[in-house]
Design a protein around this ligand. Structure first.
Ligand code: ATP
Ligand code: MG
Length: 372
């Protein structure tokens, strides 16, 4: 589409030419030479006057409209009204249009300012809330240390004497509940640190197969107790540079979940790794209840549990997967799930590869030497 200024120029040019041409043709054919000359000069003046008048009118309309359009587009980017937005015009309609734009722009700017203040206040409140609950969690954690210490002393009869069966059961119950409480407080603290971006990652060279063997060893007694199969699937030595304890924590959460959701006696849990070009992909697969598509989207949110019916609920707090996501993303990777209800569930996560110190290769070859 042609701009208005160009359209006016074309219209005025064509009309001036027509007036000029008509004048010349009509009058030159019907009058004598002297009068024809006067009329010719007159029609040149009229045509030039019309052209100049049109140019003047088009400029005085199009210029302020162009400026207004430019101001509007600038405002839409900055949301700030400024003095430089004023335009000069004698055209009443354009003046009113500009006044309405200035008044509307002022209101929009004010609304955005108020909204930004609220957002800032909400952010501050959220930060204070997290800091407060973090302090409370710390305070709750401190007395747990002596409680656990004394309970463990009570469990050893050589330290505080022999307990009868009832007392033993009570002490064991206190011990189990205290461990659960300690885990919950630890998970809340980790979540808060992740929210505040304060979780510290200590990167080191990791022998991945060693890490997986360690996990199998740790979870084997629980799997054996439930009569389920726990296997590791990998056939190459991979070394990465990342946070070993945190990767261990992610794996532990995923393995614990998998063990919880497979049926006893027929359940299988498999852990493994895949060596990709830019990252190492880890997985934990189980043949348990599975997860529906709807639940998959929510799974990694804090405190989310699939359903709270006693049949499914295993007594956790719903923080495990949120922590896994926070840690994996903090280490520069991704976590996701693939599942088919009542068939299988696989949790995947990947960790980017970074240059590994040569010392790790020595560790690996030493390990291989021992194995041989
Ligand atoms: N392997 C799995 N198979 C089926 N459902 C699962 C599996 N892993 C997780 N879920 C579902 O996802 C929910 C969230 O898991 P998440 O680990 O975050 O919390 P949790 O295990 O309930 O508690 P915790 O904080 O102690 O880990 C679980 O409650 C469970 O319903
Ligand atoms: Mg869990």
């Amino acid at each position: 589409m042609l701009p208005i200024k160009h359209t006016l120029f074309i219209v005025s040019g064509v009309s001036s030419f027509i007036i000029f041409y008509m004048g010349v043709v009509n009058f030159l054919t019907s009058v004598d030479e002297g009068t024809g000359m006067i009329l010719l000069v007159f029609s040149v003046f009229v045509a030039t006057g019309t052209l100049l008048g049109t140019v003047h009118i088009s400029t005085s309309i199009t210029k302020p409209i162009q400026k207004l359009a430019k101001n509007m587009s600038e405002f839409s980017k900055t949301n700030k009204m400024s003095n430089k937005y004023q335009i000069k015009t004698n055209v009443k309609e354009i003046f009113e249009l500009n006044e309405n734009f200035e008044s509307m722009g002022g209101k929009v700017e004010k609304t955005i300012e108020v909204q930004n203040e609220y957002v800032q206040k909400l952010k501050d409140m959220d930060r204070k809330k997290v800091e407060f609950s973090s302090m409370v969690s710390h305070e709750l954690k401190t007395p747990l240390v002596p409680i656990l210490g004394y309970v463990q002393m009570l469990q050893k009869e050589e330290l505080l004497g022999k307990l009868n069966e009832g007392q033993k059961d009570a002490v064991d119950e206190i011990y189990t509940s205290t461990i659960k409480l300690e885990k919950l407080i630890g998970d809340i603290l980790t979540t808060q640190k992740l929210d505040l971006g304060k979780l510290i990652f200590n990167e080191e060279d990791i022998d991945v197969s060693e890490l997986l063997y360690g996990l199998i060893k740790e979870f084997d007694p629980i799997a054996t107790e439930k009569k389920i199969e726990l296997t590791a699937n990998f056939n190459e030595d991979i070394n990465i540079h990342s946070d070993k304890d945190r990767i261990n924590q992610v794996f532990s959460n995923l393995i614990k979940n998998a063990i919880d959701y497979v049926p006893p006696n027929t359940g299988c849990v498999e852990i493994g790794i895949k060596n990709e070009v830019k990252h190492v992909e880890f997985f934990v697969r189980d043949n348990g209840v599975g997860i529906s598509d709807n639940n998959k989207k929510e799974l990694f949110k804090k405190f989310y549990q699939v359903d709270t019916s006693s049949k499914r609920k295993k007594g956790g707090s719903g923080l495990g997967l949120a922590i896994c996501k926070g840690i994996v993303e903090g280490l520069g990777g991704e976590i996701w799930v693939e599942s088919e209800e009542n068939v299988q569930t696989t949790f995947f996560f990947n960790i980017p590869k970074k240059p590994v110190n040569s010392s790790i290769n020595n560790i690996t070859s030493r390990k291989q030497e021992i194995n041989i």
